[in-house]
Ligand binder design. Sequence first.
Ligand code: UGY
Ligand code: MN
Length: 247
Amino acid sequence: MHNLGQTRSVHRADHILQTPDAFVRVPLPGMRKTTAIVHVGPAVGAQFTQYTAEFEEGGKLSPASSQRFVYVLDGDLEVDGHSLAARDFAYLPEGSGLDLTAKRAARAAIIEKPYRAVPGSLMPGFFTGRESLIASQPFIGDEALQVRALVPDDPTFDLAVNTMTYQPGAALPFVETHVMEHGLLMLSGGGIYRLGDHWYPVAEGDFIWMAPFCPQWFGALGKTPAKYLIYKDWNRHPLGDQLRGSR
Ligand code: UGY
Ligand code: MN
């Protein structure tokens, strides 16, 4: 079967749209009975990597060399004696030595990034959470666009991971351009994403990378809410490694 070379996937200097028809599964070191769909990484200039890990029953991800954030898409995972079901998440600090195992087949969004310490400040610790227990907040006062922050509002964290849920017709209030980059996984629904000077139809399963300062806007279409998981670098000075004491 072929599709005459058609895909919605695109790769541009300041953004990537990767659609499920274009996903390629690869093994990564430390994986057992598990494969990765790598969405983005330093190869395109990103400061983090994001992949979807697909676990068979009994699958395993060995400890990461950097901090790792895990959001379960479906199935059941276990980390440090904690069970994680769909919409549960875990933060594994750099050096935690914790692995992830699958009690039954599962899929999870995995975000990894070398931790940027703040001199004189403690490193964040391991935690797990359940998205449904997190209170949602309207985005800039818009009740039709609700945000759940999965990582605590604490300056020791150098990343933020949120879910954003748009009622049909809801939209970002303006075209954002900001220093942070994003990794975004469409969890449900769809709409139109503006990235740079391009407008794309997007749907459940799509991944988007936005480089720093990539103009971005989203409007939800359809009769059901659109929801995505979104990562950004956070709480760190833009001069980054040039600041003495940071890394
Ligand atoms: O947090 C954010 O920057 C978010 N509003 N961006 C986005 O949804 N593209
Ligand atoms: Mn943004």
